[in-house]
Ligand binder design. Structure first.
Ligand SMILES: [Zn+2]
Length: 326
């Protein structure tokens, strides 16, 4: 699979574009401020209302025009307690948004000189923004499938079940993808691949009367019961049949190979504890694959959307940002 995709010109956002838009920390800071309080309007906790704010000279904070109470655009965001420069955070998001197969902490360590630990923590924080918690699958058809990631466990539909939580064991992952339409995917780490585990997820995310394609795994038998109201169609992989007209699960399998290649090739291995955040990262990009490099904007938006609101009073002294470009 090719990690470098050809992107139409109008969806391109190159490193030169990045350097032009964000030449230093201050440009990133102003961008963040505009995302969080457009035109300087923000809630003032002292005045108890929306007030105009102005930049405090020489400090990364804004002050209420009326009472001078200070707020920081970084308050409540993933940047809040970080001593890493804001531009480096933006660059890390740019890198993560611009790849298809994933980006390793090693690479940002090499390029920018931060420690591996810092790079790894930044990526973990960025990934924490990327879950699709409110997403509901739409469209007339959905493919579902389960797979196992990492570890050495080979038995896909193993009858022994999941024994213990040995790191050598593969982690079950369940996924659903819209056929046609927006073609979006949802993927979850699950404790096992039993019906009692998968059906609450299926019923929450897939609307009744949807055509659901799966393989012949017995867990999915229940999909055909009238209670669920799904139009269940399955492909018999065991008989070496992979596509029969519309009946296949190749879309979700394509997504599995993307994450397995990414996790195997870029991240080498991912512990069960963090696997969900990697699934979120891959799903987030996959679900916006028609946006080219402009996915970067979606990353930036998430920072503001997932921040704790309203921005809290900046009543403690902050570490000054490094203003040199890295
Ligand atoms: Zn005020």
């Amino acid at each position: 699979m090719n990690c470098r995709q050809t992107i139409p010109a109008h969806l391109r956002y190159t490193i030169e574009d990045f350097n032009r838009q964000f030449p230093n920390d201050d440009a990133c800071f102003e961008h963040l401020r505009e995302q969080r309080f457009p035109d300087g309007m923000a809630y003032c906790a002292t005045c108890k209302g929306e007030r105009q704010h102005h930049r405090v000279k020489g400090r990364p904070v804004y002050a209420c025009d009326e009472c001078l109470t200070q707020i920081s655009p970084m308050a409540g965001t993933i940047f809040e307690h970080s001593s890493t420069s804001l531009r480096l955070w933006y660059y890390a998001m740019y890198l993560m948004a611009s790849t298809r197969c994933g980006i390793s902490a090693k690479q940002i360590q090499r390029e920018t000189g931060v420690t591996y630990k810092t790079a790894w923590r930044m990526f973990r924080q960025i990934r924490s923004l990327l879950s699709e918690t409110d997403m509901q699958l739409e469209g007339s058809a959905v493919e579902i499938d389960e797979t196992y990631v990492g570890g050495k466990r080979k038995n896909r539909h193993g009858s022994r079940g999941m024994r213990g939580r040995d790191n050598d064991e593969k982690t079950p992952v369940f996924g659903m993808v819209e056929r046609g339409g927006k073609g979006r995917v949802l993927a979850y780490v699950t404790p096992d691949a039993k019906a009692a585990t998968l059906f609450p997820i299926i019923e929450e995310k897939i609307l009744p009367n949807t055509i659901v394609y799966s393989d012949e795994y017995s867990t999915y038998d229940r999909l055909a019961t009238p209670k669920n109201g799904y139009d269940h169609r399955r492909i018999k992989h065991a008989q070496k049949i992979y596509v029969m007209g519309d009946v296949h699960t190749q879309t979700i399998e394509g997504f599995w190979s993307l994450i397995k290649r990414g996790i195997g090739g870029v991240y080498h291995s991912v512990s069960r504890k963090y696997l969900q955040t990697y699934l979120n990262e891959y799903s987030f990009r996959y679900n916006r694959r028609d946006q080219g490099n402009l996915i970067f904007n979606a990353f930036l938006k998430r920072v503001a959307e997932r921040a704790d609101l309203p921005p809290v009073v900046a009543d403690h002294e902050r570490k000054p940002l490094l203003l040199e470009p890295f």
